[in-house]
Design a protein around this ligand. Structure first.
Ligand code: ARG
Length: 258
């Protein structure tokens, strides 16, 4: 049901004329990702999934993504994962097929929480993997988000290069209030909201990571791109699956598919 409300709202909003999309004071339409293109090697565990989502290599043979990006748990050879290069057309990009999917058993739709899944690849990749946030970590601050998705809400185009941006987290209360106005109930203890006007993830970024550096400078995954209302709009935020909440379940699923 929540999904229906959410997609109705989305459809209504997307049907607005282009002029209704919030623009900067200077008339520019906000660049969703904030305009930065990732250089090779900066986020070596970031991968692209062929259905138009992002993901991360959490083990040499396992990709973590959003539940709404994949089908149900079981054998699955339909996904092609592109890894090893932020430029999908680069000679260094590796394409590898999926063999199996495990989706959170509690997943229903992206706005109802539990929006995570892991994918087993046909072979292990010789690339760095990304760790999940350690137990008991704070899920507040400024985090880095990334993806090959749209750089504008109205751009019906995916990017060839990986884009990234830093976004501040927003208190659950403020975020829940914003989405309540449009009839969507935020699942507070399973979500992290983040973003500011003009900087956000967007369509096609789902499944990709929200990361921060730990004390030793190593990246750890804090969130998974899940949903939003349009992109980078004033008063709305991107919603990310709260990885700390699902840490044990994701680790168990990763081990099983490794
Ligand atoms: N559900 C979208 C996808 O499938 C991600 C939307 C994120 N939106 C946002 N405003 N942060 O790619």
């Amino acid at each position: 049901m929540v999904r229906n409300v959410a997609s109705l709202v989305l459809a209504a909003v997307l049907a607005l004329p282009v002029g209704a999309v919030p623009a900067h004071a200077d008339g520019r339409i906000p660049e969703v990702i904030g305009g930065k293109v990732a250089t090779a090697g900066r986020f070596p565990w970031a991968v692209r999934l062929s259905m138009g989502c992002g993901g991360t290599l959490t083990a040499p043979r396992v990709v973590l993504t959003a539940g709404h990006c994949v089908g149900k748990t079981g054998p699955n050879r339909k996904i092609t994962v592109t890894a090893g290069a932020p430029d999908l057309k680069s000679k260094k990009a590796i394409a590898v097929k999926s063999v199996e999917v495990f989706r959170s058993p509690d997943f229903v739709t992206e706005t109802s929480g539990d929006d995570w899944a892991v994918v087993r690849l046909e072979r292990a990749l010789d690339l760095p993997t990304l760790d999940l946030v350690p137990d008991g970590s704070r899920d507040e601050g400024t985090f880095t988000v990334m993806g090959w998705g749209q750089t504008r809400e109205t751009a019906l185009r995916q990017e060839r290069r990986l884009h990234y941006a830093d976004v501040p987290t927003i208190a659950d209360e403020e975020c829940a209030k914003a989405f309540h106005k449009v009839g969507v109930d935020l699942v507070r203890d399973e979500s992290i909201c983040a973003g500011r006007h003009g900087v956000d993830t967007c369509q096609g970024d789902s499944g990709g990571p929200m990361v921060r550096r730990d004390r030793g400078g190593k990246w750890v995954q804090v969130g998974i791109v899940s949903w939003g209302l349009g992109c980078a709009r004033d008063g709305y935020f991107g919603v990310y699956t709260q990885v700390s909440k699902f840490r044990e379940a994701i680790l168990a699923a990763t081990r099983k598919l490794s």
